[in-house]
Design a protein around this ligand. Sequence first.
Ligand code: ZN
Length: 279
Amino acid sequence: MSEAKPMDYILYEVRDRVAVITLNRPNQRNAQNKQLLMELDHAWDMAAEDKNVRVIVLKANGPHFSAGHDIARDETYEAKVAEVLGDVHSTGLYDLHAWEGKYYLGYCRKWRDVPKPSIAAVQGACIAAGLMLAWPCDLIVAAENAKFSDPVVRMGIGGVEYHGHTWEFGARKAKELLFTAKSITAAEAEKLGMVNRVVPLDQLEESAMALANEIAQMHPFALAMAKRAVNQTLDIQGQYAAQQAVFDVHQLGHGSALAQTGEAVLMWLDGLKPANKAS
Ligand code: ZN
C-alpha cells in the first residue's frame, strides 16, 4: 500500500469511508505543476489501495477549481521547459510526447479507471487542464459559479491532452466550445450532461460529501463493476482509441507551434507572439 508522504499542494484525509483529496495551491488558482500532479497521483493511489475507502471526492481550496497547467514564467521556467521539451533540435517532440503522455494523458486515464466511484466538486474556473482533473471523476457536482472551458485553440492547439470533449459535451457543442474558446456555466454543463448537479457555492462540499456517503452504502464490488460497465462501454465505443489518437493530434499542434515560433505553444490572438513552451 502507498505510504503517506508529506505533500505541499494536496491535502488528503479519509472521512469515514470517503477519501477526500483537496487541491491546495489556491494562490495560483490550483494551477498544475509536476509536483502537484505527482502528489495528486499519490493521493489517488492511497485512496485506491485503502480498503476502507469506498468513494473518492476531489475538491479544491480557494475560489477556483483549477486554472489548468502551470505555465507561469517564474524563475524556474527555463528549467521546467527544458525538462518537458528536451532538445527539440535533436530529438523533436520525443521528450514532450513522453512527458505529456505520462503526466497528462497517462494520469487522467489511470484516475478514470480507479475501481471506486469518484466525485469532483468544482467551483469557479475550471479551465483547460482543469477539465483533466474533473473529467476522469465519475460524477461532477458543480457550484453555481463554476465555469468550464478549453481555450487551448487560442494557443494553436486543438484542445487539451485528454480528449473528453466529444463525450462530455456532444460532438456539435464540443466543436463550438473548441472553436470559440468560450466557457460554459455550470447550468449549461448540467444541461449537456457534463455535470450531475449544480448547487449553491456554500453547499458544494456538503453536497458532494452527502452524495459520496450515499454511494458508500452500496456494495463496493458492485460499484466497481457498475463503473467498469460504463467505462468499458465507452471504450468499446472507441473512447480509449480516440483519446490516444487525439493525444497525437495535440502533439501535432505543439509541433506546428514549434515550427512557427520556436516555442511549443503560441498565442494566435496575440499576433503569433511566442507564449509559453509547455501547455
Ligand atoms: Zn500539451
